[in-house]
Write a protein that binds this ligand. Structure first.
Ligand code: GRF
Length: 191
């Protein structure tokens, strides 16, 4: 599940397509015209744009449940074992997490920092501005908090003295694209 650019989704799909162990079910995006849907389609992956309903007639929590029910229906139809969040910008509700658990789906996320440092938005930017000499990437299970779930794998990378923010993020993304597949491998080896 993703919301925007989709470089992690692309890397994961590429990895799974060359692996005997994993098969990609589908890509779910909550934003219309996001680059990630184009990427997934060009890799032959069924892609669904499921936006949250925009009506003032329902409360936010009603809209959230309706949205998540639609997502769960698609995930179930594709019989997925893993729900991989890769730049998915909405926080999943306890309802979604319980339903996923009932349906034996593991929900994982990739976050661009060495958690518990810098949870939440703009983690690369914050690490860079704080002048961190090392930063990193975390893949973790998703729980009800924001980036608080059990850590599966972490890798750090160095900030080079000449790095601007763009170089720093590029370095981090290269780590992300390798770490996410490694984390899936690790989960399957443990279970
Ligand atoms: C990545 O930095 C990921 O760690 C974070 O959101 C960003 C998504 O990038 N959760 P992309 O869409 O995968 O290129």
């Amino acid at each position: 599940m993703a919301s925007g650019r989709g470089s992690n989704a692309k890397a994961l799909i590429t990895y799974c397509q060359s692996s005997e162990k994993f098969e990609v079910g589908c890509l779910i995006c909550d934003q219309k015209d996001a680059a990630v849907t184009q990427k997934a389609s060009s890799q032959g992956v069924p892609s669904y744009t499921i936006s949250r309903e925009n009506t003032s007639l329902k409360s936010l929590s009603e809209k959230r449940v309706l949205h998540e029910e639609k997502i769960l229906e698609v995930l179930s139809r594709h019989k997925v074992d893993f729900v991989c969040l890769a730049g998915y910008m909405k926080v999943l509700s306890p309802y979604f997490l319980k339903e996923a658990q009932k349906r034996k789906m593991k929900v994982v996320n990739i976050h661009p920092s060495l958690l518990p440092e810098f949870p939440g938005l703009n983690a690369y930017e914050r690490a860079f501005r704080e002048g961190k000499e090392r930063s990193g990437v975390t893949v973790h299970f998703v729980d009800e908090g924001v980036d608080t779930g059990k850590i599966i794998l972490q890798r750090s990378f160095e900030r080079h003295p000449t790095d601007g923010l763009t170089d720093f993020i590029k370095r981090g993304l290269e780590v992300e694209h390798k770490l996410y597949p490694m984390a899936l491998e690790k989960i399957t080896e443990l279970s």
